[in-house]
Design a protein. Sequence first.
Length: 283
Amino acid sequence: MWKILAIYIITVFMKLYGYFISGYLILLADAMHTISDIVIIFLLMYSGIISKKPPDASHPFGHEMVRNVASLVAAVSFITVISFELFKEGIYRVLSPAEEHFNTQLVIMIEIAVLVLLVMASYILSRKSGILDKTLFIESLNDSLSTVAAIAGILLISIGYKIFDGIVSILIALMIFYNSAKLVKQNTKFLLGMSPPDEFYHKVEEISLEFDEVKGVHDMVATYIGENKIHLDMHITVDSKMSVEEADKLSERIAEELQRKLPEIGYVIVHICPHYGKKRKIM
């Protein structure tokens, strides 16, 4: 992760340097896109550390949701600040294109070097399998496309189409907006208590019915309490003559088996009852 972060920091300084010596707004927009990625990396790394804190009295299910909160805050900030300001400046450049730009050949070389670094980052991330690495891999591809767009825009401006300084900047602003909106959507689902897909409930039922004492499974409720952790509450139907001690031991065996076969289950509560009910419980 530190290698990727180093590559991103180097590329953002190269882009900003190119902007200051040339005046191409495209380069500033491209740099802002990379800065947004750097902020996300820092937030995810820091929130990842906090999310590993053990449960306590105030947070009995742990702190894993802090990563989602951090991503949501970052996404909203990018939409309201970086994306909006770049879009506004892009509109201004379309209506009033800059009269002159400088060091065009040099900034094209800088952007090509940046593209090479981003391709290296994509290659490194493509060989990893973590969720965070996969997310950053997709974003590194977006950054590469953004850099290609910047190079194309600079070439068009250099042959007289000055309006493309604003147009490409608007496109990059919209790309930042789109990626940020996706982050908002993904993290809001978790923070609102998203439930796993039906397949998860089917597996819970199948595993539970493997026990001879279980006659049925009902009133299941499951919610994500982290990116890869689920809290499950469920009821099982047993013989009404079963003793309290037997029922308690059965619930423990079922819970252990569920967590063994479905490791994403972080917490599970098994209620024992002599009656049947609906498969899924809506609170």
